[in-house]
Design a protein around this ligand. Structure first.
Ligand code: ZN
Length: 274
């Protein structure tokens, strides 16, 4: 239950040196009467309701970002799509980061933002049925008759519905969807900028290189960035409450437990983003 993210924002800003330095000061000043406390009772009762608590439905993307009150549409200046949404708090942080990058002649184009359960189900089931080929060109049902092997093959490039961080409105894909682009030249300059500066705006790369520190989960994605002041509490909620049995409602969902998709994929992230 996330009733008030201000202390979390403060903690995140202490850890990642957020550029907007208000939150730590507010957190440090919490024993003092706040501006809200000083307001007349009538004004306080008229204040907007606190943000709804995150729950399993939210974690698994069972909502429509286009109508969710906490979501904002991503402006056309950031993307050439007109159907991208982000949680407002993450979006505002992204806008600040985008502006800072632009001052260094870097354009952080948004290539993907929120994808809800239904959208991920379409992608997943098209691959599961073989209507959409896997990245190697094979049809999944023929190449992988065993359901768990088929699910693992799809998981190399697509997340299972209900397990994607893109459900949360906190994560976005930037600039290019391949690691090679970010390995040299202009791509490397962009990645180096993000690695150095994104943490200051609250963003972290959850899909860091696989290895001892991150043995499970999706392969490295240098383009995928997550807004920690929101996604960190969501990861904690997933660790505490999300079960493989909650990953359901699509073809192949029966493989979730055998794969242990919650522990290995949802929670198999860069330790620095936990
Ligand atoms: Zn992504």
């Amino acid at each position: 239950m996330i009733k008030n993210i201000a202390p979390l924002l403060g903690l995140a800003c202490l850890l990642w040196a957020c550029t907007p330095a208000k939150a730590p000061e507010e957190a440090a000043a919490s024993p003092q009467p706040t501006a809200a406390d000083a307001r007349p009772v009538a004004a306080r009762s008229a204040a907007p309701a606190p943000e709804p608590a995150f729950d399993i439905d939210y974690l698994t993307g069972r909502f429509d970002p286009a109508t969710h009150p906490d979501f904002a549409k991503v402006d056309k200046r950031y993307t050439n799509r007109d159907d991208f949404y982000l949680h407002r708090t993450a979006y505002e942080a992204f806008e600040r980061m985008y502006a800072a990058a632009l001052r260094d002649n870097i354009r952080l184009e948004v290539l993907s933002a929120t994808r809800n359960f239904n959208r991920q189900k379409q992608i997943w089931e098209a691959k599961w049925r073989g209507e959409r080929k896997l990245e190697g060109g094979e049809a999944a049902p023929q190449a992988y008759p065993d359901p768990a092997q088929r699910a693992l093959a799809i998981l190399r490039y697509s997340s299972m519905p209900g397990t994607s961080r893109h459900h949360w409105g906190t994560d976005l894909d930037l600039v290019a969807l391949n690691n090679e682009f970010f390995a040299q030249g202009e791509g490397k300059r962009i990645y180096d900028w993000l690695a150095a500066n994104a943490p200051g705006f609250g963003f972290c790369q959850p899909y860091s290189p696989k290895g001892a520190a991150r043995p499970h989960g999706y392969e490295e994605e240098k383009w995928h960035w997550s807004y920690l002041p929101l996604s960190q509490p969501l990861s904690t909620l997933a660790a505490q409450q999300l079960r493989n049995e909650d990953i359901k409602g699509f073809e192949g969902a029966e493989t979730a437990a055998a794969i242990d998709v919650v522990n290995k994929y949802v929670l198999g992230i860069n330790p620095a983003c936990k």
